[in-house]
Design a protein around this ligand. Structure first.
Ligand SMILES: C[S@@+](CC[C@H](N)C(=O)[O-])C[C@H]1O[C@@H](n2cnc3c(N)ncnc32)[C@H](O)[C@@H]1O
Length: 261
């Protein structure tokens, strides 16, 4: 992906060090910001996406807006769970404390954070992300973002991020390694109400789930493979998923494959 990394103007030493670390980890050019505007940098380097390191962490400026770590809907969903309300993903996974979840499409880690909160200290969540910059932002946020509720902060810290294509990771796992294997690929048709995820589209792996990855997921899962999709397409049909749950009026559905390995 075409990407450069710079800092805010007049950066602190810590900000500059993080920018240099990102350049080294992602193998992308570091450009000293000096007095350049982002428009000037875009023009000078003929590049669309620029990582700007700020005192609050990295922000990727894409043509679709700014991408940075935030809890997104995880905060509200966790609050609802604490108050005993229903969460469609948790229900589709039949998720309880102590379970293990392999999230094959980590993204902003919203679903992984909810899962990590539910499985608690005795559980485990591993998140896979093939886009290097998205994996970096997720890992940075999960390790540095602090919430008022210590249980939420701890849920973030426990998530292990792996920068990899899910198929490459799945094929190297023994059978029955995780209770749940989860997929939330990029939707073919974006949902307009989740416009805060628009910048993700410019950085993400936009490929659909490969049938071979799903086969591996069914081998790796001890209990269930769960796939999140919109009801605007025929992805469940293509993947042969017939058990579908979710809200009656929700545009998002969860396909469930119960495995009995
Ligand atoms: C819709 S987002 C996931 C959002 C996530 N569930 C959340 O709650 O924030 C899909 C993400 O999966 C990543 N992705 C797509 N295909 C992948 C693959 N084969 N392996 C690993 N990551 C993949 C994309 O780059 C993108 O960041």
């Amino acid at each position: 992906m075409d990407l450069i990394v710079t800092t805010i103007q007049s950066p602190s030493q810590a900000v500059e060090e993080l920018a240099l670390q990102i350049a080294s980890v992602l193998q992308i050019p570091f450009v000293p910001r000096e007095r350049f505007s982002l428009i000037a940098l875009r023009n000078n380097y003929q590049i669309d996406n620029i990582v700007v390191v700020t005192k609050n962490g990295p922000v990727v400026h894409t043509l679709g807006g700014e991408y940075f770590f935030h809890l997104n809907m995880a905060e509200l969903r966790i609050k609802n769970i604490i108050n005993g309300k229903h969460d469609h993903m948790v229900a589709a996974m039949m998720l309880t404390a102590g379970m293990s979840v392999l999230d094959c499409t980590l993204g902003l880690a919203t679903d992984a954070v909810v899962a990590s909160f539910v499985v608690g200290q005795t559980g485990k969540v591993v998140g896979l992300e093939s886009s290097p910059i998205i994996a970096f932002i997720a890992n940075y946020g999960l390790q540095n973002f602090t919430h008022d509720n210590l249980d939420v902060t701890e849920a973030l810290r426990r998530i292990q991020v792996q920068r990899t294509h899910c198929h490459d990771y799945l094929i190297n796992l023994p059978a029955n390694s995780f209770d749940i294997v989860f997929f939330d690929p990029m939707f073919r048709q974006p949902i307009h109400s989740s416009s805060n995820l628009k910048p993700l589209r410019y950085l993400a792996n936009n490929q659909p789930i490969a049938e071979s990855a799903l086969t591996e997921a069914c081998r790796v899962a001890k209990k269930r493979v769960v796939i999140k999709e919109t009801n605007h397409n025929n992805e469940f049909e293509r993947l042969g998923v017939t058990t579908i749950c979710g809200g009656k009026y929700s545009s998002i559905q969860y396909g469930v494959i119960k495995v009995d390995n």
